[in-house]
Design a binder for this molecule. Structure first.
Ligand code: SAH
Length: 253
C-alpha cells in the first residue's frame, strides 16, 4: 500500500458546510489525525484509527501524520475551517521542509474548507464585500509587536479586518488592545461583528459598533470582524439589519 496524506478542511462546524471532497477524503482514510474536538466532528467508522492530540502541538502532530503516511497508511489530517488558514496545511509543509527527505516523495493534498470569516460574513450579509485581511491575535507563534504593527497598517489601509484567535487565558488583553487601536483610526459607529461558533448549535452572532465593542464579547471560538470606513447596516423590514461592505469604494476627500 502506498501512503498518502490529505489535509482536510472541515469548515466552520455544520456538516452541510463541508465540501463533498472533504467527506470523500475522510471516508478513504485509514488513519485520522487532529485536535480532539475536530476529530469528534468526523463520523466514526469501524476500521479507522484516530490519533487525537492537543491543540498546541501542531508540528508534532504533523510529524506523526507524515510518519504514518510514510509507513503506508492513508492519512487524513483534519483542520477546522480552511486548513490553509492559521492551520495544519502550513504545519505539515513546515515539517516536510525540516524533516525526513523521504517525506517529499509522499502524495500530499489539501482539501479546502469554508473559513470562519467567510461563514461569519455570510451569516450577517456581506461583510467581506470589498478588500479585507485576516490577522491572528495569537502571540504563541509571532511577536506581539508584529501583531500591533500589522493591525495598525491594516487599519490605516482601511481594510475590513477579521481577527482570529482573539482571546485566551494567556493573553486576556490582546483583543482589548486591538479594539483600542481600531478606535484610534476608525469611526465610533463602525460595525463590529462578534461571530461565535458559527454554524454550530451554540452559534451566537452579535452586531455592534466600535464604540460598544468589548473584549469580553469574544472567546477562542469567536472570530471578530471590524468593518472598514465603508461598512454599514442595511435595516431589515422586521427589525435587525444586514451588514454590508459595498463593492465600490467612496474615498473620503
Ligand atoms: N482554519 C480555521 C482557523 C483556525 S484558528 C479557519 O479557517 O476558520 C482558530 C480560530 O478560528 C478561533 O480562535 C476562532 O477565531 C476562529 N474560528 C474557527 N471556527 C470558528 C467558528 N465556527 N466560528 C467562529 N470562529 C471560528
Amino acid at each position: 500500500m502506498t501512503g498518502s496524506l490529505t489535509i482536510v478542511g472541515l469548515g466552520p462546524g455544520s456538516a452541510a458546510l463541508m465540501a463533498p471532497a472533504a467527506a470523500q477524503a475522510l471516508a478513504a482514510a485509514t488513519d485520522l489525525v487532529g485536535y480532539g474536538p475536530y476529530l469528534d466532528r468526523v463520523p466514526a467508522t469501524a476500521e479507522q484509527r484516530r490519533h487525537a492530540s492537543d491543540n498546541r502541538v501542531e508540528l508534532q502532530r504533523a510529524r506523526e501524520a507524515l510518519t504514518l503516511a510514510a509507513s503506508g497508511h492513508r492519512v487524513a489530517v483534519v483542520s477546522g475551517g480552511d486548513p490553509g488558514i492559521f492551520a495544519m496545511a502550513a504545519a505539515v509543509l513546515e515539517a516536510v521542509e525540516a524533516g525526513d527527505p523521504a517525506w517529499r516523495a509522499l502524495a500530499i493534498d489539501v482539501v479546502p474548507g469554508i473559513s470562519a470569516m467567510q461563514a461569519a460574513s455570510a451569516q450577517v450579509g456581506a461583510l467581506l464585500g470589498h478588500d479585507f485581511c485576516a490577522i491572528s491575535l495569537s502571540d504563541n507563534l509571532k511577536p506581539r509587536d508584529v501583531i500591533a504593527r500589522r493591525l495598525s497598517a491594516a487599519l490605516q489601509a482601511d481594510f475590513v479586518i477579521a481577527l482570529y484567535n482573539p482571546i485566551s487565558k494567556a493573553r486576556p488583553d490582546g483583543l482589548g488592545a486591538a479594539l483600542d487601536l481600531a478606535r484610534g483610526v476608525q469611526a465610533a459607529t463602525t460595525p463590529v461583528v462578534f461571530a461565535r461558533a458559527v454554524s454550530r448549535a451554540d452559534e451566537t452572532i452579535r452586531i455592534t459598533t466600535l464604540a460598544e465593542a468589548e473584549a469580553t464579547m469574544a472567546d477562542m471560538q469567536t472570530v471578530v470582524i471590524i468593518g472598514s470606513s465603508q461598512t454599514r447596516l442595511v435595516a431589515k423590514a422586521g427589525g435587525g439589519a444586514w451588514v454590508l461592505t459595498p463593492r465600490s469604494y467612496e474615498a473620503a476627500s
